[in-house]
Design a protein around this ligand. Structure first.
Ligand SMILES: CC(C)(COP(=O)(O)OP(=O)(O)OC[C@H]1O[C@@H](n2cnc3c(N)ncnc32)[C@H](O)[C@@H]1OP(=O)(O)O)[C@@H](O)C(=O)NCCC(=O)NCCS
Length: 164
């Protein structure tokens, strides 16, 4: 499931596929971080009943340990039907190559594999690239609000996940 995405990503950014790795960020009790590769057969990738919020930060790194792209999937507090997709980021060198469009699909696929029913996110209305990605991927905008802290116009969007 992960490999086809890395193959497609390799074509988009011109980095050999064997250099690309999907890793997760793990923080231990001393706040030290490590970045094990995500394996589809490990516990981390199994659906669970989601007791409490779980933050799952992911990165794709290239052979030079540059973070090509990163994102987080965060279980909605107290409701394991929803996962919140957050902190989507593409390294400025790799922007405008449809990486976000590809990884948006990957996020949906991982979320579905983890057993979530729907995926939810917020974005600032003038973030053209993110808005275009969500529209292309069929996310539904369900509410818009002016953030009274920042003055930003913020959308909340949702998509029901297919099984798989
Ligand atoms: C937002 C972000 C993730 C987009 O990543 P990206 O890989 O450059 O986006 P893509 O290349 O996949 O582009 C997605 C769509 O946006 C369009 N787009 C991308 N950059 C654009 C720009 N600067 N202006 C207008 N449209 C743009 C693309 O054309 C594409 O739409 P299309 O297929 O209809 O042509 C990236 O700019 C980023 O990391 N920004 C900083 C963090 C951020 O804002 N994260 C989102 C938080 S909600």
């Amino acid at each position: 499931m992960i490999k086809p995405y890395l193959t497609a990503l390799s074509k988009l950014i011109g980095v050999p596929v064997d250099k690309l790795k999907l890793v997760r960020e793990v923080t231990d009790v001393q706040w030290k971080k490590s970045y094990p590769e995500v394996k589809e057969d490990d516990e981390y990738f199994k659906p669970d009943m989601g007791y409490g919020a779980r933050l799952r930060p992911y990165q794709v790194r290239d052979g030079n340990d540059t973070i090509v792209t990163s994102f987080g999937l965060y279980e909605f507090p107290s409701c394991c039907a929803f996962v919140v997709s957050t902190q989507a980021f593409v390294d400025p060198r790799y922007r405008g190559k449809k990486v976000n469009k590809l990884t948006n699909k990957l996020r949906q696929n991982i979320a579905s594999a983890l057993g979530y029913t729907a995926i939810i996110c917020t974005d600032v209305d003038d973030n053209v690239a993110e808005r275009a990605t969500l529209a292309a991927e069929g996310w539904k905008d369900i509410y818009q609000v002016r953030n009274k802290r920042t003055g930003n116009l913020v959308n909340i969007s949702v998509k029901e996940l297919k099984n798989g």
